[in-house]
Design a protein around this ligand. Structure first.
Ligand SMILES: [Zn+2]
Length: 94
């Protein structure tokens, strides 16, 4: 079982500690409950599932069913469905 509030994320086009575009994913509860560890172990399958979910969504530019999040600190702006697919494709190839 997992609620969307159990996990958090932060993405940036450049992070000074990594020197590259970076996505941080973290447990949403202080001390964690192990969700990010489980996600790390299943990362390839999760990327495949996300790619399939977004690619098969019938919307044109992104919707709450595929790429929008009610937790997004930027109010889902900018948002790019094709960009999400491209990002996942590059993650798979990395
Ligand atoms: Zn959609």
């Amino acid at each position: 079982m997992c609620d969307r509030w159990d996990i958090g994320g932060l993405s940036t086009a450049f992070h000074h500690q990594t020197g590259r575009p970076t996505v941080f994913i973290y447990d949403g509860h202080p001390g964690g409950v192990g969700i990010t560890r489980a996600g790390f172990d299943a990362f390839e399958r999760l990327v495949e599932d996300a790619m399939r979910l977004i690619s098969e969504c019938p919307c044109r530019a992104g919707c709450p069913s595929c790429v929008q999040s009610p937790k997004c600190g930027n109010l889902n702006e900018p948002l790019n469905k094709n960009g999400a697919v491209e990002l996942l494709r590059r993650v798979q190839d990395a």
